[in-house]
Structure formats: C-alpha cells, structure tokens
Design a protein around this ligand. Sequence first.
Ligand code: PLP
Length: 463
Amino acid sequence: MNEILRQLPKIQTLMESDKAASLIDVFGRTQVTETVRAKIDSARSELLADAPMPESILSERLFWTEVSTTLDQSRTRSLKSAINATGIIIHTNLGRSPLAEEAVQAMADIANAYSTLELNLENGKRGSRHSHVESLICELTGAEAALVVNNCAGAILTVLSALANKKEVIASRGELVEIGGSFRMPDVIAQSGAALKEVGTTNKTHPQDYSDAISENTALLLKSHTSNYSIAGFSSAPTRQDLAAIANQHNLPLVEDLGSGVLVELAPYGLPNEPVVKDVIAAGVDVVTFSGDKLLGGPQAGIIAGRKPLIDRISRHPMARAVRVDKLSLAALIATLELYREPNNPLDRIPVLRSLSEPIDLIRARAEKLSNMCESVPHLETKIVPTKAQAGGGSLPLQDLPSFALALTLPGVSPDQMSERLRGASPPIIGRISKDQFLLDVKAISDRDLDALSNALQHALTG
Ligand SMILES: *Cc1c(COP(=O)(O)O)cnc(C)c1O
C-alpha cells in the first residue's frame, strides 16, 4: 500500500510548477496550496479504500483543470443580480425593490467619500443623520416629525420599546400578522417589553372592544396592516377615525404599522385599499411605521413618522441607536423620496411603481419581443399566455395584476429541469411553474433587461 501511496505527487513539487505559479498570481498562494492539498488528500483516501489511482492524478493536465475549476468556483459570488420573471414585483427573496437611477447615484456619491452624515455645517457641531431626511418625509406625509431606522421590523420594535415598555398594547385579534422571516406581531410586542392585550375576534373587532380594554396600564392602541392575508365574509374592523377618536378620548397614542407604506394613490393601477401614508396621518394616527423597500420603491429602511413629542421619545430610546439607518441606505432613501416631489412623476422614475402602473399593451409588447428573441434558441418553443402577476411584499395579497408570460418548452426537458437550468444561467433567470408549465412572466422585467435575459437564456439552453 505504501508503495502505491508513494506514487502520489508531492505537494511541494506541484506547487513549484509553472501551472501553480500562474494560479498563484490570480488566487494567492494559500488558496492554491489548500486546493492542491485537498485534491491529493482525497486521492489518498480513495487509494486507501482500494480504489484505483484517480484519473485526475494520472493526467497532470486534468489535475490542474480541476484545481482551476475549484478555485474559480470559490471565487464566484452567490450574491449577484438576477432577472425576476416570477411576476411578483416586490419579491423578498429577490431583494425587493430595484432602485431608481437617482438613488443608485446618490449612494455612489456618498460611498466613496466622507460626508456630512452627522455634521451640522452651520455651526460645525455634531448633527443628526435624521435631519437630512426628516423634512422630506414630513412634506410627503403631513407628519410633524420623522425618523428612519434599518427596516420596518426594527421600526416597530423601536416604537413599542420606547412607548409601551412594561405597559399594555391593545391590538385586534384579526390583525396579529405573521410576515415572512418569522416576524410575528405578538412576539415583537413581547420583545419590546410590552404586554399584548388582544381584543375582538379573528373576524370581528368593534370600536367598543378597544374602549373596554383600556386601563391605567394601557400605553397605546396598535393597528397593523394585514399585509399578506385578508379576512373576508362576516367581518368588520373599526375605522382609523374610530380608533383615533377612542385614543384621543383617553389621551393615548394610536400607532399603525403600515408595512408597505405608499405615498401615492395606487387605486388606478389595480391596488385599491392600500392606505396612503398622508391619509393615515390625516385620519388621526399618531405614529406610523412603513418599509423603504416595498411599495415605496427605495432601499431597505424603516420609516417612523408622526407627532413630534412621540418621535422625540422614540429617537432617544437606545433601540433607535441599535437599529439606526446606514449612510448608503439613507442617501438612496433621500434620492427616492425626492422623486415623489413635484414636478417629478414617481410612476415614471421608480422601478416598482413603473412596473405596477405599466399599461397592459406595453407588457404584451415586451412578451412578444422576448418571444422573438427566443427564436434563435434551437428547439425552444414559446407561447404567450395571460397571467396574474402580483405586487408582493405584503401589499394587497388578493389583488391580481393582469400580465403576460412566455411559456417555455424544450423537448425532453421538464418544467422543473427548465427552472433549474435557468437558475444556473448568468445572470440567473427566476421564473415560475404554473399548471405544469414553466413561465417567464414579464411584469417585473424591464425592457432594459431583455438583451441580458435572452443572452443568458440562449447560453443556458444550448449546449
Ligand atoms: C413587511 C412588513 C413589516 C416588516 O418590514 P421590513 O421592512 O421587512 O422589516 C412589518 N409589518 C408589516 C405589516 C409588513 O407588511
């Protein structure tokens, strides 16, 4: 056995070869040595298990090809851009909102330089990072004051920690939402140190249920957006105005978690009932929380807006510091919010709003264009089919948006195999399977993506 093991090449000799030297130039000595050693080790294990000498040891060329492939793979990033052909515009697994050009530029400007993040240029003293965005949020929402944190989950946790610790939060049983990533409203309330007092039933909660539950231990009334479900049929919930009146009467704040906050009316584009932040504040809600990267179309962020004395208390809480927004997200958020200001039309400039509001004939035209581009792929058959796309990201779960998709078929390739091959494309193409058909829904694809998409598709499906 020792005799056979001695036939294995020496690591030191391998590392002195020209091939090793060229790989060291690219990957560094440590990584190349480790990869070579791992290959030799694995060959040794095979020999000890009485297997014949592996092919890759017998052929020096094969050995280095394999080492080089392993090294290449170790360098490919798993976080990369992808094409969203799922028909879900705000897809958490695909990074939610793509940013507007202006937001990307604003991030770049701040990223490679120092900035005035926490500097007051007038007096040269320490400033607040929130000062750059507060007035913009107030202008767009009608709020008196505002604060931005890392995400909406962090926003709710911060609001409740600051306003309700060791006290009670009254919330309707019909609104105790669980959103993706194990974020459950009752758990967040518990985490903030507050006690949840549930009122009403799953399907019906009346204004009286809230009034009856109020005691000297009550810190606030909480309303939450039931982002990903809907209670229909024999159901009712108090209006915001009802709740605001009750809260006001007892001198308690009314807090609303809007999840996907929208700043413009979306009813004309198929998303009725999605409450506009300005209207929510006008209805008398004292503090609202909403996400930056859902229907707002900006970076990951959690926005807290409302009455000044409450926002002041929230900003001073240590939790606000722990989940503070970073400068790149802040820069992108400011640039995104600016696109909501007149005379800009946010529906033209913000990618998620553009996708949401795009007229159906343009969507169809894109499907046709993509279908033509696919003609160059041998044996690939495409058919344009009508689909129901979705906004996603916890905005009106039951609302279907009309769209079109390309149904792809390749002889001998199942929909699952098609899906796997396109996930392996560069960039990855993420479609969906519906009724045993593999679909590329064009709702969330931009015209700009079409060349990259058809190239990637062609590469992945030929050869
Ligand atoms: C999405 C959502 C959140 C969490 O927002 P993130 O920005 O993802 O942290 C909280 N509440 C509701 C109702 C939501 O829909």
